[in-house]
Design a binder for this molecule. Structure first.
Ligand code: HEC
Length: 218
């Protein structure tokens, strides 16, 4: 008998509980609003419709021809213009730390195909799941490749290789290329022209490079 009673009580509690969830307009309303500006945003939120623009979108594209702070001028390289690629270059010079950063980016974006040893034997190609052989940067075909041609490959892709334009900005592309060129200059390629060559690692702890300071004002 007790069991039936408790089941009845439990189902009653459950029913009342569920009914109390039925909000209706009154429960949703916050009641009297003391400071409406703080309850409801007066600004148009990013994804709300905006009557001030024809397309009613609040998020706008940057004004044509403007460049975001900290970004560089566009390079004006046109897709498919292989003659222009060959003479295309940069006047940027990189510090050893920036070239090292280029190496880090290379290992993230390119190493899967081109290999961390830059020999075209990255894990994706080595697994046999990628049909096209990625460039082996030690190979004679690539060792003297103009930097502009490399830049174009990163920006627009080449055959089976996709474009990396959205992952790497202009400076980062050149940093990755500087890393490849530094590697090539040590393996029979042209003299390195992108700045400081990374000093060979010293084993002596007294002369070892100090760790880079973080939060250093620029
Ligand atoms: C998904 C695999 C893949 C990734 C990732 C990849 N590549 Fe490639 N890459 C290739 C293949 C395949 C080729 C050979 C294309 C051809 O000549 O048909 C190639 C060719 C190249 C070439 C030679 C271009 C030319 O004109 O012959 C350069 C330079 C290059 N890659 C640089 C890079 C850099 C830098 C990255 C990283 C930002 C990268 N690749 C990422 C697959 C890849």
């Amino acid at each position: 008998m007790n069991k039936i009673k408790s089941i009845l009580v439990a189902s009653l509690v459950l029913t009342v509980g569920l009914m109390s969830c039925d909000s209706g307009d009154i429960r949703r309303s916050p009641g009297h609003i003391y400071a409406p500006d703080m309850t409801y945003s007066r600004a148009y939120d990013a994804y709300t419709s905006n009557p001030n623009f024809d397309d009613s979108m609040t998020s706008r594209l940057p004004v044509t021809g403007t460049i975001a702070r900290g970004h560089q001028l566009p390079d004006h390289l046109k897709e498919g213009d292989t003659t222009a690629y060959k003479s295309f270059s940069t006047s940027m010079k990189f510090s050893a730390a920036e070239i090292k950063e280029g190496g880090r980016l290379f290992n993230i974006y390119c190493g899967i195909c081109h290999g961390q040893n830059l020999d075209g034997q990255g894990p994706l190609f080595a697994s046999g799941k990628f049909a096209s052989m990625p460039a082996n940067f030690k190979d004679a075909k690539y060792i003297h490749m103009p930097v502009g041609q490399m830049y174009a490959a990163v920006k627009y892709g080449k055959n089976m290789m996709g474009s990396y334009a959205s992952q790497l900005d202009g400076k980062q592309r050149w940093m990755v290329i500087a890393y490849i060129k530094q590697f090539q200059s040590k393996n029979g390629g042209d003299a390195f022209a992108f700045g400081e060559v990374e000093a060979p690692a010293k084993t002596d702890s007294a002369t070892a490079a100090k760790p880079m300071a973080v939060n250093e004002p620029k």
